[in-house]
Design a protein around this ligand. Structure first.
Ligand SMILES: Cc1cc2nc3c(=O)[nH]c(=O)nc-3n(C[C@H](O)[C@H](O)[C@H](O)COP(=O)(O)OP(=O)(O)OC[C@H]3O[C@@H](n4cnc5c(N)ncnc54)[C@H](O)[C@@H]3O)c2cc1C
Length: 308
C-alpha cells in the first residue's frame, strides 16, 4: 500500500503460471452427488477429483486491474491523510501500521484492537515486542476496544467504550471470514467443524469422501494458518492425486504431518520484522532479512516459474 508499483509484481493472474489450465473466474456455490461443482454464472463443472482451497473470503471479484487500482487508491489515501486509523491488531493491521510508520514517519497512526494484545495468533512475547516497536515509532495503540465503523462520520469514530477517535481515514484490517459458507448447502455440509473449517483426514481428503481433498486455511489441520503450510498441503495432495489417477494403491497415499512449531514472520516496515520460530521470538533486521524487503514475492514468483 505504501508502494503501489510493488503490487504489479505481487498481483498475479492464475493463467500467468498455469498457461495450460482452463481457468474459470467465478464463485463456486454448489457441489452435488453427481460430482459437479456449480458456479454463480450457472456453469456446471464435472470432476473426477476435487480440491477445495477457498481459504478466506477476500477480493473474490476483483480483476488484476481492479486490484492494482485499489493499491493506488489506498496509497493516495495514506498520502493525503495526516492521521490514519487502523482497525485490527492482527498481522494485517500490524504490518500496515509498520509500513506507514516507516515510509511516512510524520503521519499520526492510531491502531485500535479489540484484543488485549497484538498478534494473538502467536505468542505473548511477540505481541509485546510488536507493541513496543510500534509505540517507539509513535504509533498510538489502543487495546481492548473495537471501533464501530458504521457509526463513523466526518472523521470521528466511536469505540466500544464510548471514546472518540479522530482520523482523516481508516483501514479495516480485521480478518476475512473463512471461505466455507458456500459449503453449507452442499454435500459437504456435515464436514464442517464448529469453526466452519473442513475436516480432513491424514491424506488431506475431506472426511467421508474418497475423491474430494481440501488444503490451506479452509481446513481443520491443527496448525497455524500459513501460506507456506498451505503450499505443503498442496504438494501432499498433488502426490496423492497422481497416485489415485494412475490407479495406485490408496494405502500408499502420502500423509500430512501438521507443523507443531511453525514459523511466523510479521514485517515491520521495509527492513525489520518480528519472527517467531518455535518458542523463540526475534525482532529487528535479522527476521526482516527473511521477509520485509520483498515480502516473499520474488520467491513465490520463482516457485511459479515467473520472472522475478
Ligand atoms: C497480513 C498477512 C501476512 C501474512 N504473512 C504470511 C507469511 O509471511 N508467511 C506465510 O506463510 N503466510 C502468511 N500469511 C498467511 C497466508 O496468507 C495464508 O495462510 C494463505 O494465503 C492461505 O492460502 P489459501 O490458498 O488456503 O487461502 P487464500 O489465500 O485465502 O485463498 C483462497 C481464495 O479462494 C477464493 N474463494 C473463496 N471462496 C470461494 C468460492 N466459493 N469460489 C471461488 N473462490 C473462492 C478467495 O477469494 C481467495 O482468493 C499472511 C496472512 C496475512 C493476512
Amino acid at each position: 500500500m505504501v508502494e503501489p508499483s510493488f503490487a504489479k509484481r505481487s498481483v498475479i493472474n492464475h493463467h500467468e503460471y498455469l498457461p495450460g489450465a482452463s481457468i474459470i473466474t467465478s464463485d463456486a456455490i454448489g457441489i452435488d452427488k453427481e460430482n459437479q461443482v456449480s458456479t454463480t454464472e450457472g456453469r456446471q463443472i464435472s470432476f473426477d477429483y476435487l480440491v477445495i482451497a477457498t481459504g478466506h473470503m477476500g477480493n473474490c471479484h476483483a480483476t488484476k486491474t481492479e486490484r492494482l487500482r485499489q493499491f493506488e487508491a489506498d496509497y493516495e489515501k495514506i498520502k493525503s491523510s495526516d492521521t490514519i486509523l487502523i482497525v485490527g491488531g492482527g498481522p494485517t493491521g500490524v504490518e500496515l501500521a509498520g509500513e506507514i510508520a516507516v515510509d511516512f514517519p510524520t503521519k499520526k497512526v492510531k491502531l485500535v484492537h479489540r484484543g488485549l494484545r497484538l498478534l494473538e495468533f502467536i505468542g505473548e512475547t511477540a505481541g509485546k515486542k510488536a507493541l513496543d516497536w510500534l509505540t517507539a515509532k509513535n504509533v498510538e495503540v489502543i487495546l481492548g476496544q473495537s471501533v464501530n465503523l458504521d457509526s463513523s462520520s466526518n472523521g470521528t469514530y466511536l469505540t466500544s467504550i464510548g471514546e472518540t477517535i479522530v482520523a482523516d481515514c481508516h483501514f479495516k484490517c480485521t480478518s476475512d471470514p473463512i471461505g466455507s459458507s458456500w459449503l453449507k448447502e452442499t454435500i459437504l455440509k456435515d464436514c464442517l467443524d464448529d469453526f466452519g473449517r473442513l475436516m480432513v483426514d491424514a491424506n488431506l481428503r475431506v472426511k467421508g469422501f474418497s475423491n474430494i481433498f481440501a488444503i490451506g486455511d479452509v481446513t481443520d489441520v491443527p496448525e497455524l494458518k500459513q501460506g507456506y503450510l498451505a503450499h505443503r498441503h498442496a504438494l501432499v495432495v498433488a502426490n496423492n492425486l497422481k497416485l489415485l489417477i494412475e490407479g495406485g494403491d490408496e494405502s500408499k497415499m502420502v500423509k500430512y504431518c501438521p507443523a507443531t512449531s511453525p514459523m511466523a514472520i510479521v514485517s515491520l516496515g521495509r527492513r525489520e520484522a518480528l519472527g517467531q520460530i518455535r518458542s523463540v521470538t526475534l525482532i529487528g533486521r535479522i527476521p526482516g532479512m527473511l521477509k520485509s524487503k520483498d515480502l516473499f514475492v520474488g520467491k513465490t514468483r520463482k516457485q511459479l516459474g515467473l520472472q522475478g
